[in-house]
Design a binder for this molecule. Structure first.
Ligand code: DGL
Length: 250
């Protein structure tokens, strides 16, 4: 079984792609809504939440992990094998597959993400390793606004605010898994920029690393750490023809 992890609804955008590449895998998804949003938290806080979240998945039998949350990627550098016996080959995070997919891209790249992801420097470092300098753009408050279903105008305001005066890039990486849920607003604010959603690159990596071991019965079970009608509504609109179960962790 594959365990997926995010602060809330963001990882659903990654799950949507994973379902295309691993249709029969059994998936357990944990959305830590009680502690969302993650993107304004410190690295120390995120490391604690990450290990707690992975422990939930591990105890329920997930042997493979897709961390569908960029904000915790820097914390994954801790030895998860020592903490939870998760082997590196059994773990996929967002940054590596994204940078690998864009390493030969001729475009000038910008990455937008939560303040926690940008502050960690993880995208800038990873792109530098393949010889690319990128622009880093933190968007304050956007992931939380998406998580809790803020009105369209508020979502647009967050995006406009972050991009004012920034124009010298042709390709924008959505370095937060919540952001593809606002992809239309990004398109309106930045009509001439190519927008890159890392979900597919991560799903391709998941298939490469986890198939054929992860052939199952196509079960999807969602665990959420707090009741959320928004989570339930989004899951039913993103996965209209799929059977799944939702459980609220007390
Ligand atoms: N979706 C997560 C990410 O990719 C977390 C966003 C948040 O909770 O602030 O960073």
């Amino acid at each position: 079984m594959i365990g997926m992890f995010d602060s809330g609804v963001g990882g659903l955008t990654v799950l949507r792609s994973i379902r295309q590449y691993l249709p029969s895998a059994d998936i357990l998804y944990f959305g830590d809504i009680k502690n969302a949003p993650y993107g304004s938290k410190s690295r120390e806080e995120l490391s604690v939440l990450l290990v707690a979240g992975l422990k939930v998945l591990h105890e329920r039998g997930a042997e493979k992990i897709v961390s569908a949350c960029n904000s915790v990627s820097a914390s994954l550098a801790i030895s998860l094998f020592d903490a939870l016996e998760i082997a590196p080959a059994h773990l996929i995070e967002m940054v590596g597959p994204t940078v690998a997919a864009l390493r030969d891209s001729p475009e000038r790249i910008a990455v937008c993400a939560t303040p926690a992801t940008i502050r960690s420097g993880i995208y800038a470092d990873a792109f530098r390793m393949v010889g690319k300098e990128i622009q880093n753009i933190a968007i304050e408050g956007l992931a939380g606004a998406i998580e809790f279903g803020a009105p369209e105008a508020e979502i647009k305001k967050h995006i406009e605010g972050a991009f004012t005066g920034k124009s010298d890039f042709d390709l924008l990486v959505l370095g937060c898994t919540h952001y593809p849920l606002a992809i239309e607003a990004f398109g309106t604010v930045l009509p001439d920029v190519k927008i890159f959603d890392p979900a597919e690159a991560v799903a391709i990596r998941a298939r490469r690393q986890f198939w054929p071991q992860e052939v199952g019965d196509a079960r999807t079970h969602f665990l959420i750490s707090k009741e959320s009608q928004r989570f339930r509504d989004l899951t039913s609109s993103l996965f209209p023809n799929q059977k799944y179960t939702v459980e609220v962790l007390e």
